[in-house]
Ligand binder design. Structure first.
Ligand SMILES: Nc1ncnc2c1ncn2[C@@H]1O[C@H](COP(=O)(O)OP(=O)(O)OP(=O)(O)O)[C@@H](O)[C@H]1O
Ligand SMILES: [Mg+2]
Length: 258
C-alpha cells in the first residue's frame, strides 16, 4: 500500500438540504502533487474547508499522518503541518510583502503572551528567526527584492506566490492550494508552476484545486474528480482525464476548448 499523508474517508457535508459532499473517500500519497478538479459548485472548496478545519463534516473521518484530525480545531491542524491558501487572494494589501509572509510563521511560534507583551530576549530572538525565515522563503521564490513593497503593488501572479510563501513558512508537510492560478495572466502561470514545484521539492505534499486543466496536467501525478459532491474518478492524471465517465460528466467542453 502506498504511504498516504492524508486519508479522507466517507466524508459528507450538508448545508441545510444540500449535500455539498457525499461519501467522499480518497488519499494523498506522501510527496505527491494531487489535483482536485470538478465543475463550479462540485464541493472542492468545501472539501478543503473540511480538511483544514473551517467546516465540520456531518459524516466520515479524516486522517493526517495516520491520526484522526477531523475533530481538532483549525489552529491545531495548522500546527500539525496542514497549510492552505484560499480561492480569493487574502493578502493585507497595505502591509509589506515581508509582513504578509511573516504572518504565516504563526503556527510554529513559541513565545507566550507575557513574553510577547514584555519583549523578552526569547521574544526578540523569535522575531529575528521569523524575519529570517520569511526572507528566506521570498528568496526561494525569487521575490526577495519585493520584500519591502506594499503587497497591493504586486502583480497578480506574484501575489499568488506570496500566499504560497506565507503557507510555506509555517513548515507544513501538506499544502492545500485553492485555485492558485485563477485570475493569473497567462504570462505569469509558468512562474506559479515553478513555485509549486519548488514547494514540492522541499518535501511538501500538495493537494490543489484548479480549473485550468493545462496547469493541472503539468503539475499533478494524480487527480481526484468531484461532481455534485460525489467523487467520480481518482487515480493517474492521464487516465482520469481520459476516463469516459469524467469526459461525459463535465470535461468534454473544456477539453475540446484546449
Ligand atoms: N457555507 C455554505 N453554506 C451553504 N452552502 C454552501 C456553503 N459553502 C458552499 N456551499 C454550497 O456547496 C456547494 C459546493 O460549493 P464549493 O464552494 O465547495 O464548490 P467548488 O467546487 O469549490 O466550486 P468553485 O469551482 O465555483 O469554487 C455549492 O452548491 C455551494 O453553493
Ligand atoms: Mg471553490
Amino acid at each position: 500500500m502506498t504511504d498516504a499523508i492524508l486519508n479522507v474517508d466517507a466524508i459528507g457535508v450538508r448545508f441545510g438540504g444540500l449535500a455539498a459532499l457525499d461519501d467522499v473517500t480518497f488519499s494523498v500519497a506522501r510527496g505527491s502533487i494531487k489535483g482536485l478538479i470538478g465543475p463550479n459548485g462540485a464541493g472542492k472548496s468545501t472539501l478543503f474547508n473540511t480538511i483544514s478545519g473551517n467546516t465540520a463534516p456531518s459524516n466520515g473521518s479524516i486522517a493526517f499522518e495516520g491520526k484522526r484530525i477531523d475533530a481538532l480545531p483549525m489552529a491545531r491542524r495548522a500546527q500539525l503541518g496542514i497549510a492552505r491558501t484560499f480561492q480569493n487572494l487574502q493578502l493585507f494589501t497595505q502591509q509589506t510583502v515581508l509582513e504578509n509572509v511573516m504572518v504565516g510563521c504563526h503556527p510554529r511560534t513559541r513565545a507566550g503572551f507575557v513574553a510577547s507583551v514584555l519583549r523578552t530576549p526569547a521574544q526578540r530572538r523569535e522575531e529575528r528567526e521569523i524575519h529570517a525565515r520569511s526572507m528566506a522563503a521570498l528568496e526561494r521564490f525569487g521575490l526577495a527584492n519585493r520584500a519591502q513593497r506594499l503587497a497591493g503593488t504586486l502583480s497578480f501572479g506574484e501575489a499568488k506566490i506570496v500566499e504560497i510563501a506565507r503557507a510555506l513558512v509555517g513548515e507544513p508537510s501538506l499544502m492545500l492550494l485553492d485555485e492558485p492560478v485563477a485570475g493569473v495572466p497567462h504570462g505569469e502561470v509558468e512562474q506559479v508552476i515553478t513555485a509549486i514545484e519548488n514547494v514540492n521539492r522541499a518535501g511538501v505534499s500538495l493537494l490543489l484545486v484548479e480549473h485550468n486543466l493545462g496547469f493541472v496536467m503539468s503539475l499533478c501525478d494524480e487527480l481526484v474528480v468531484l461532481d455534485h459532491g460525489c467523487l467520480i474518478a481518482d487515480g493517474d492524471a492521464e487516465q482520469v482525464v481520459g476516463d469516459p465517465a469524467v469526459l461525459e460528466a463535465y470535461l468534454g467542453e473544456e477539453l475540446s476548448d484546449a
